[in-house]
Design a protein around this ligand. Structure first.
Ligand SMILES: Nc1ncnc2c1ncn2[C@@H]1O[C@H](COP(=O)(O)OP(=O)(O)OP(=O)(O)O)[C@@H](O)[C@H]1O
Ligand SMILES: [Mg+2]
Length: 247
């Protein structure tokens, strides 16, 4: 049988911000074609910093990142082309005067004609239950409205790897459920940084725990997220459904 090759392979990645603070410390893991991985950890544990590396926004200083066996740590354009990151702060991502313009932007930049791009972008907003936001200026919307619009801007591009930084943060229950169902139906490799451990249980077969920039646990989501002692040692708590006694 052919060996199962990872799509993404991170080896001993370490990163210090310019002020000298250490954000990642010898992080190693692999993402396979058919996988959705949850990245969990307390505030400041390094989740966003890791996603910024995997999207090509940060170059791998110390350590390596391989995408399909190519050295993507040294050549960030490889990851920029392959991975789509939904930023933790939508304001860091959205810059066009209207939501529809913003969701259309990447398609047009990629060579899709303007009319088709607008129709495709509108359909993507519709799928997310956000078509009513199409003409709104992003800087005058609520946090949840911005988040769902920013998600549309990435999903519309159909990246090979989807990276999501707190995709359900600030969403109302209906919008949260819709996002979870859409992501569940997407047959794409994903890494989700999240404090929504119930979403991790619904979506991700594997979970990594980051603690102070180090991966302290990696394994089956259902095993990791019911281990109260492990979670507590990493500044986390049981998902709501386990805390409520529902398995
Ligand atoms: N621009 C920056 N300059 C200096 N230090 C930073 C910067 N951004 C983040 N850090 C630090 O790097 C560490 C990791 O931060 P990061 O944002 O990756 O954490 P996180 O796990 O995403 O946290 P949260 O759950 O709050 O989103 C923290 O100690 C943080 O204070
Ligand atoms: Mg973060």
């Amino acid at each position: 049988m052919a060996e199962r090759r990872p799509l993404l392979s991170v080896k001993n990645l370490s990163y210090n911000y310019q002020d000298g603070s250490s954000a990642l410390n010898e992080v190693s893991f692999e993402l396979f074609e058919d996988e959705k991985i949850a990245l969990v950890g307390a505030n400041g544990s390094g989740k966003s910093t890791l996603l910024l590396h995997l999207s090509g926004c940060f170059a791998a200083g110390k350590g390596e990142i391989f995408f399909k066996d190519n050295d993507a740590g040294g050549n960030t354009s490889i990851l920029m082309a392959a991975a789509g990151l939904v930023f933790q702060e939508p304001d860091d991502q959205m810059f066009m005067p209207s939501v529809l313009d913003d969701v259309t932007f990447g398609l047009v930049a990629g060579g899709v004609n303007a009319k088709t791009a607008r129709e495709t972008a509108y359909s993507c907003l519709e799928m997310l239950g956000a078509s009513h936001l199409a003409e709104r200026p992003p800087h005058r919307m609520s946090g949840g409205e911005k988040r769902i619009s920013a998600l549309a801007g990435i999903l519309v591009m159909h990246p090979e790897i989807i990276l999501l930084d707190e995709p359900t943060s600030g969403l109302d229950p209906a919008a949260r459920r819709r996002v979870i169902e859409i992501l569940k139906d997407m047959d794409k490799p994903m890494i989700l940084a999240t404090h929504d451990l119930d979403m991790a249980l619904d979506l991700c077969g594997r979970t990594l725990i980051l603690h102070k920039g180090t991966i302290t646990a990696s394994g089956e989501t259902r095993q990791i997220l019911c281990d109260e002692k492990l979670l507590r040692a990493n500044g986390l708590a049981l998902p709501m459904r386990y805390a409520d006694g529902v398995k």
